[in-house]
Write a protein of this length. Structure first.
Ligand code: ATP
Ligand code: MG
Length: 521
């Protein structure tokens, strides 16, 4: 910095004194009206000379002091910029007290650029001059952001920049938000009663992703593509006049990764998960209420749908009931008791179908419905027809391709001399990814003998596969033997029946001859 000499100091002092003297004269000799007039025009003149526009965004708006969405969006947008731009930052805790977010400190200014236009943001706060007692620290403090830009850029800023900030801010909020896992079984109602008709939630922290999911790569890519298309499909669904939702049916034996797939889907799309326990839902009305309460961007999952409801034989049962009712038309008491029984019957297939494609199911939007089952063949075809369950995904036994994903996840290896043998065995043996994964868990944390441990794991897996193969072939032999035995028994029974029939016919012929001729041969 340049140093001022003694002479310069004395010049500055006399200039200041002259200004102060002129101001005092102005206040003393000019009438107040004239002073006002001069001030007003002075301000206008300075506004004319000052080329910047300032826009303020308050934290709370309206008479009811509602938190401004724009303020929150700007806060998120700037927190991203300020952690790399601003010199003074303040740290806030977000995400359920788990991580820190840095944002610019008060009176700090950061510069942003958009389409070649430069602009400045600052965070500000004002505290009222009169100190009032408040239970909440900072409750009467007013926080706001100020945006400054050149007046020639007004069009760009108000036209596209601000909506860009809001959009970005909301997207950052969605990324930062702690996702939730909701469940309806045995929660607490708001009066403290146990209730299954309300959702309770915990933080959703399942670590599964599509990268850790062991399944055919091609199938995985196809599912991811389908999910992306769905989540970007708002306009498309509106155009074709369909509610913005999609049904997935995941089927396969236990331990093939159906539940893991749901978690991977939720993590991939950044959606909440609603785990709907149908057996605790009293009736269709309650089911409808629960579903209306679900939020957008969510996956509603009903696990083991075949066990949740008697959906399978229901249609036949209904038909049978109708028949019974017809037979009982003349018996009103019996018909009434049948009706009562039906009322008690919990959620029905038609209730569930309404949930999937009833008019009200379109409230909101952007929802994925997932059913999982071990027995797809048991489900009523109406429940899983395309259009309701749009995509049927078979989760199958672990083959080599899926094994490679597990080996990478569990043992951190891409290849190994034992892979060839494992590959062959996996093609011949049905083992679930859950069982394969169990064999790939390292038993110790010791880094020194990790290589040895990896080999032990793989060898154990080979042993397990061989045992499974032997057991499967033994079972197949046993099944074949039982089948042959059954067939033999059936054949013998049929032969016996035939010979009895022949005997009876022969006896009848003989009796007729005796009757006709009175002769005994
Ligand atoms: N495809 C897979 N990829 C990665 N891990 C898997 C896979 N399948 C199963 N696992 C592992 O096995 C465990 C059980 O899997 P999961 O619960 O997803 O099976 P499921 O198909 O839902 O079984 P169930 O029919 O019994 O509900 C998971 O914790 C996971 O670690
Ligand atoms: Mg499961």
């Amino acid at each position: 910095m340049m140093m001022m000499k003694g002479e310069q100091w004395s010049n500055l002092g006399s200039t200041m004194a002259a200004i102060m003297f002129a101001y005092a004269m102005f206040r003393q000799y000019f009438p107040p009206q004239l002073q006002d007039y001069i001030f007003r025009y002075g301000k206008k003149l300075s506004n004319f000379m000052y080329p910047y526009v300032h826009v303020t965004f308050d934290e709370f708006i309206g008479e009811r002091m509602k938190k401004s969405e724009a303020f929150s969006a700007i806060q998120n947008y700037l927190s991203d910029k300020s952690s790399s731009n601003a010199k003074r930052l303040k740290a806030d805790v977000v995400k359920d007290s788990q991580s820190l977010v840095l944002s610019m400190d008060y009176n700090e200014e950061i510069t942003d650029e958009f389409n070649g236009v430069k602009l400045w943001w600052s965070a500000n706060r004002t505290t009222p001059k009169t100190q009032q007692f408040s239970f909440y620290p900072g409750a009467d403090e007013k926080r706001f952001y100020t945006l400054k830009f050149h007046k020639r850029d007004r069009q760009v800023i108000t036209g596209i920049y601000l909506s860009h900030v809001l959009k970005q801010g909301k997207a950052i909020a969605a990324d930062n938000r702690q996702r939730k896992l909701y469940s309806n079984g045995g929660g607490q109602g708001w009066l403290g009663h146990r209730s299954s008709s309300t959702w309770t939630h915990v933080a959703f922290e399942h670590p599964a992703t599509f990268d850790t999911l062991a399944m055919d790569e091609k199938k995985k890519r196809e599912i991811k593509k389908d999910l992306v298309k769905f989540s970007n499909g708002k306009a498309y669904y509106a155009k074709i006049g369909k509610a913005w939702k999609r049904g997935y049916l995941l089927y396969g034996p236990p331990g093939t990764g159906k539940s893991t797939m749901v978690a991977a889907m939720a993590n991939f799309l950044n959606y909440d998960v609603y785990d709907l326990e149908l057996t605790t839902v009293k009736n269709n009305v309650e089911l409808r209420r629960l579903l209306i309460e679900t939020s957008n961007k969510s996956i509603i999952v009903i696990e083991d749908i075949d066990c949740s409801l008697d959906l399978t034989g229901q249609r036949e049962e209904k038909k049978k009931k109708k028949k019974d009712d017809k037979n009982e038309e003349g018996d009103p008491i019996s018909a009434m008791s049948k009706n009562e029984e039906r009322k008690e019957s919990e959620v029905t297939l038609s209730g569930l179908l309404n949930f999937i494609d009833g008019i009200w199911s379109a409230c909101g939007g952007e929802r994925i419905i997932v059913f999982t089952t071990n027995h797809v063949e048991k489900l009523d075809p109406a429940l899983i027809r395309r259009g309701r369950m749009d995509k049927h995904i078979e989760m199958s036994y672990c083959r080599f391709e899926a094994f490679k994903v597990l080996a990478k996840n569990y043992l951190d290896i891409d290849s190994h001399p034992l892979f060839g043998e494992i590959g062959n065995l996996l093609e011949e043996t049905d083992m679930t990814p859950a069982d394969v994964a169990e064999n790939l868990m390292l038993k110790s944390d010791d880094d020194d003998d990790e290589e040895e441990e990896v080999e032990t794991c793989l060898k154990n897996l080979i042993e397990a596969l061989k045992t499974a193969k032997e057991e499967a072939s033994k079972k197949a032999e046993e099944d074949a033997r039982l089948k042959a035995e059954k067939e033999q028994k059936e054949k013998e029974a049929a032969e016996k029946e035939q010979s009895v029939k022949e005997d009876v016919t022969q006896d009848a012929v003989s009796a007729k001859e005796v009757k006709d001729n009175g002769v005994i041969h």
